[in-house]
Design a protein around this ligand. Structure first.
Ligand code: GCU
Ligand code: CA
Length: 687
């Protein structure tokens, strides 16, 4: 039997377009041409007060903020309902917005039906914070011409939330604009790039174009513009630009073509003199203070870059001293400093200074030896363990799946069907092995497919993969923010990280799977105890890619930030991690701050592993492995290993039963620019 469920059907999102109970196998509602043009024939924006419908309970007015004469306080019983009689001029989809308040902290899920047919079987009505705070739950559903009975009936003995009114309106727009074409640079100076593209079209209207440099939005243009001049850029710097069209509902198009543009030099071509007399002092087990003498320049020095090992910039300062933090204990470092001017002209290097950091910091868990286990990989991504101690490993863009033994023997065992790339960071990502694999031979993968990102199950008999089944589909995909990690928790349920798909508002939309950590059973349905009764476990995430549990069973997560702050979060069910209102720390009530933050240059984290309550976080852009000792619910001082030594690091996993990590690279993609086959897998002993 097919265990095929669709997030849309469960969360009652897009139900109008995909049918009352079924789940279209082809796609979500995106691209359904019916959606845009039938709304005008309905009675748009009509309010139906609960006190005018059938209220199985009492009509109360003791909590302010309601509309009309009151609200329905349904009986505290399963099945207690409000039913409205709604008239529609013509058959077709429309949006049903239910205004409610729930002053408790327990979700009050309800079944929504139209003329007796269920259109949402567990619509969440989560707590609103107070009985006087009214919010909306909105779904799309098909109405028949004439009279319709719309019922909201409690799934639990708590009864429904207090229900104020139903507003029937034109259906929510779920159709994204078409792709902007022919992105091109029309003028380039030392600090500006003029862009032009061919306009997108949309069933409702394009409201903005988002302009990205790699995975980061750096500018935006109005919906009626087809040009934009980027300003304030660095001279002599490569920008890899793409454009996405967005509509008022927040739907984002597929990516335009990508245009690499390097800004020109300024008229000043003379670099500063090299800094001199570099000296180290105040060496601790994780930091060192550096000082040097100033450079001179024909125009002016704008700053100094401090390099570690000659290759990677570890900090950038304006003065002539810097404290370098996050160093590994008991490790040799060599630092140099170069000066820069406003034309991005870089001086020669200062003298090199060598330091050895102090002894093992508190917390233990120091990486001791690293050895190469396997080479010849092209973007290995997910890594999970089989009972015999081998790993099963995905490759993002070949969609191949391999086993790798502890002695380094690699074997291809299959390819995941229906996987597609996103000309960016999607593709075949996470993999998980069923805890009962020995009896059921099930493995699970997260991958991009035609309609979006999916969770699928396959059978792996020890030799080959077969028997592909979709469990969850239609999680919105995008060029860059796809999340992709898939792991079993200590509770036996599957956890997946879903990115915001470059549609930031989805991260705060509890009805969308995007920008979330999802938790579900092996048949793809929500795990018991999920905070909103849906697949959603936590929300407000941007591009989460790392999941690991500590010895007390607490879930930690690593997440790529936008332009500035990456995050290590301690995840609790139902919590809101802030994106896009907050990136990194902020002070917004109802939003949970990270336990640690990093600049995107020193981290851009993907995988996360925990050994003896020390967390290890693989950094892509930061090209290092972060070690973060955990203590209960707090995270200690991070220290970094292998800075710039093995390139961009993707996945780190603890070998079961051993103080051993496996670590993989992502160097052979458009970011790393290394040839196919240049990625590696290492093993690291932990002391
Ligand atoms: C309180 C509240 C009611 C609400 C009820 C409930 O009594 O005042 O408005 O309906 O709790 O939990 O259902
Ligand atoms: Ca649209």
């Amino acid at each position: 039997m097919m265990h095929r469920t669709c997030f849309a059907a469960q969360a009652a999102l897009w139900v109008g377009a995909i049918g009352a109970l079924g789940c279209s196998s082809a796609s979500t509602a995106e691209g359904d041409g019916n959606l845009g043009n039938s709304g005008s024939e309905l009675l748009a924006g009509t309010d139906y007060e609960a006190e005018d419908g059938v209220c199985q309970g009492t009509v109360d007015s003791n909590h302010t903020g309601y509309s009309g004469r009151g609200f329905c306080n349904t009986n505290n019983a399963v099945g207690a309902y409000v039913e409205w009689t709604v008239s529609a001029a013509a058959a077709g989809p429309s949006s049903l917005a239910i205004r409610y308040a729930n002053g408790t902290t327990t979700d009050r899920p309800a079944t929504i039906s139209v003329n007796g047919a269920v259109v949402a079987n567990a619509q969440p009505f989560p707590g609103t914070g107070a009985w006087t705070t009214w919010e909306l739950q909105t779904i799309n559903a098909n109405l028949v011409a004439g009279s319709n009975k719309i019922r909201v009936a409690s799934n639990t003995a708590n009864g429904t939330a207090n229900l104020d009114k139903l507003t029937v309106d034109a259906p929510r727009d779920t159709q994204a604009p078409t792709t902007p074409q022919n992105l091109r640079a029309t003028d380039v100076t030392s600090n500006t790039i003029a862009l032009a593209w061919n306009a997108s079209t949309d069933n409702v209207g394009v409201v903005a174009y988002d302009i990205y440099h790699d995975g980061n939005k750096i500018s935006e243009a109005a919906g009626n513009a087809t040009t934009k001049t980027l300003t304030g850029l660095q001279p002599k710097t490569e920008y890899r630009l793409t454009v996405f069209a967005r509509d008022a509902a927040g739907n984002v198009s597929a990516t335009s073509n990508s245009v690499p543009v390097t800004t020109s030099p300024t008229s000043d071509t003379e670099p500063p003199t090299a800094p001199g007399n570099l000296k180290a002092s105040d060496v601790t087990n994780n930091s060192v203070k550096l000082a040097w003498t100033a450079s001179t320049d024909n125009v002016g020095v704008t700053g100094y870059d401090v390099y570690s090992g000659g290759g990677v910039i570890v900090t950038n300062v304006q003065g002539t001293q810097a404290t370098i933090t996050g160093l590994a204990a008991n490790t040799d470092y060599s630092f140099t400093v170069k000066a820069k001017d406003a034309g991005n002209n870089v001086s020669g290097a200062s003298n090199a200074v060598s330091v050895r950091t102090g002894n093992v910091p508190p917390g233990g868990g120091v990486p001791k030896t690293i050895t190469q286990l396997s080479s010849g990989w092209t973007i290995p991504w997910g890594l999970a363990w089989l009972p015999d101690g081998s790993a099963i490993i995905t490759e993002r863009e070949s969609f191949n799946v391999y086993t790798l033994t502890p002695s380094g023997t690699k074997k291809q065992v299959g390819k995941v069907p229906n996987a597609v790339g996103t000309t960016g960071e999607g593709g075949l990502m996470g993999i998980a092995v069923d805890p009962n694999w020995s009896s059921n031979h099930h493995i699970y993968v997260m991958h991009s497919a035609s309609e979006g990102n999916r969770i699928a199950r396959m059978t792996f008999d020890g030799n080959a993969l077969s028997d592909y089944k979709v469990l969850i589909q239609g999680i919105k995909k995008s060029k860059y923010h796809n999340g992709g990690r898939l792991k079993f928790g200590p509770d036996g349920y599957l956890y997946a990280t879903a990115g915001d798909a470059q549609t930031q508002s989805l991260a705060q939309d509890k009805n969308s799977p995007n920008g979330k950590i999802l938790r579900f059973k092996t048949d793809g349905t929500p795990a018991p105890g999920n905070p909103f009764g849906t697949l959603v476990y936590s929300y407000g995430h941007r591009n989460p890619q790392g999941l690991a549990w500590d010895s007390a069973g607490r879930l930690w997560e690593s997440e790529l930030g936008d332009g500035s702050q990456d995050e290590l979060n301690l995840i609790t069910a139902g919590a809101n991690y802030g994106w896009p209102t907050c990136e990194g720390n902020c002070n917004v009530s109802g939003m949970t701050n990270p336990k640690k933050t990093w600049s995107t240059g020193e981290a851009s984290p993907s995988g996360l592993a925990i050994v003896n309550d020390v967390a290890y976080m693989a950094a892509l852009k930061g090209k290092r492995l972060w070690r973060i000792p955990l203590s209960g619910t707090s995270a200690g001082t991070p220290t970094a290993y292998y800075v710039n030594t093995y390139g961009r690091l993707r996945t780190v996993e603890k070998v079961p039963g051993q103080s051993l990590l496996w670590l993989s690279t992502t160097n052979s993609d458009f970011n790393g620019k290394e040839p196919a086959g240049s990625d590696k897998i290492f093993k690291i002993t932990i002391e």
